[in-house]
Design a protein around this ligand. Structure first.
Ligand SMILES: [Fe+2]
Length: 355
């Protein structure tokens, strides 16, 4: 039987938990920093690696997320930050308790101020297509980075669906590192000096329309537009179409123009994107500091229901001396070329031997 919509779900704050989300805090250490660059402990358990594109998205087989060692979970955090998003299949034993435990390895868990949560674990939010705002939130223009309105927004989000539509309902991610790397130098320099205000306006709008009580304060925060990912040390664009209201210190018209331009690149440039087809027991984990994502709203009249655990990261910062994914990719590209050349040479040698 399909799970009932309200099963174990707290839809709206009661008097006792109206300040639950006010306990949110920031990470005091950076998970995944300074690990073995080859991630040998993690890859010792991997039976198959599928890179969705050279610069974003990897599917790993052979890993049980409920059974990672401490070293493997640190190396996994680093891999997620490098690849933007990592996918897993067949994680049937990642129940709610294990889901929470996995997130807690990487930092304090975020309590969402408005989205419904699990009765026993307020850190587990319920993304149910029957409970979420129907239009505003499920449109083509809902590319975002989770809870970027918070003073310390999400580092990692861990998403698993327990109800999957018979067709449709993929999730797509877009690469913020590559978006930064492809900007021209004058635009990079301009954006590196600016901050933007991210707001909870979408939730205020939803609250006003539903009367649902919040679990805590709906925050607004200023963040640098170009952000350094503390794990990879790479620069990324950090504005999005759902939560970023305006760029500070320039005119409203200029702010609108720049934000629209960046949002357009996120949503329209297919070469920045990967798309994931969910199956029962699939899990996706992504780094919100350097990626954007959206659900694909093509699954109605089917429903989908997912459980998400969100890890609070550090207060966003920008270091002008940070590196970039483009620089880090140069030796990877060279290795790919050498591998291709070696494969071609061995084919030629084999052909010569046959001749
Ligand atoms: Fe999201």
């Amino acid at each position: 039987m399909a799970p009932s919509v309200t099963e174990n779900i707290i839809l709206s704050a009661t008097d006792k938990d109206v300040t639950l989300a006010d306990r949110n805090t920031h990470a005091t250490r950076v998970a995944g920093k300074d690990v073995d660059p080859e991630k040998k402990a993690l890859f010792a358990s991997v039976t198959k690696r599928i890179d969705y594109s050279p610069k974003i998205g990897t599917e790993l087989h052979g890993i049980k997320l409920s059974q990672l060692t401490d070293q493997q979970s640190e190396e996994l955090a680093a891999l997620i930050s490098e690849r933007g998003v990592v996918f897993f299949r067949d994680q049937e034993d990642l129940d709610r308790k294990e889901h929470v435990k996995l997130g807690a390895r990487w930092g304090p868990l975020h309590i969402h101020p408005l989205v419904p949560h699990d009765q026993e674990s307020p850190e587990v939010i319920i993304l149910d297509s029957r409970l979420n705002p129907p239009n505003r939130y499920n449109t083509n223009n809902s590319w975002h980075s989770d809870v970027s309105f918070e003073p310390a927004p999400a580092s990692y989000s861990i998403l698993k669906f327990d109800e999957i539509p018979e067709s449709g309902g993929d999730t797509a991610w877009s690469n913020g590192y590559q978006l930064y790397d492809d900007l021209s130098q004058p635009i990079k320099t301009l954006l590196e000096g600016l901050t933007a205000t991210h707001t909870s306006d979408i939730f205020r709008f939803f609250q006003a329309n539903t009367g649902r009580k919040t679990f805590g304060k709906l925050n607004d925060s200023d963040h640098p537009i170009i952000r350094t990912n503390p794990v990879t040390g790479w620069k990324s664009v950090f504005t999005n179409s759902v939560f970023t209201r305006e760029i500070n210190g320039i005119s409203a018209a200029e702010s609108k123009w720049i934000l629209e331009y960046l949002n357009d690149l996120v949503s329209k440039r297919l070469e920045y994107q990967v798309r994931f087809r969910w199956q029962k027991h699939s899990v996706a984990i992504w780094d919100n500091r350097s990626t954007f994502h959206t659900g694909v709203p093509d699954f109605r009249p089917y429903h989908r229901r997912g459980l998400r655990v969100t890890v609070s990261g550090e207060k966003p910062f920008f270091d002008v001396n940070s590196g970039t994914q483009a620089q880090a990719f140069e030796p990877i590209a060279e290795a790919i070329v050498s591998k291709q050349e070696a494969a071609e040479k061995s084919k030629e040698d084999a052909a010569l031997q046959l001749a």
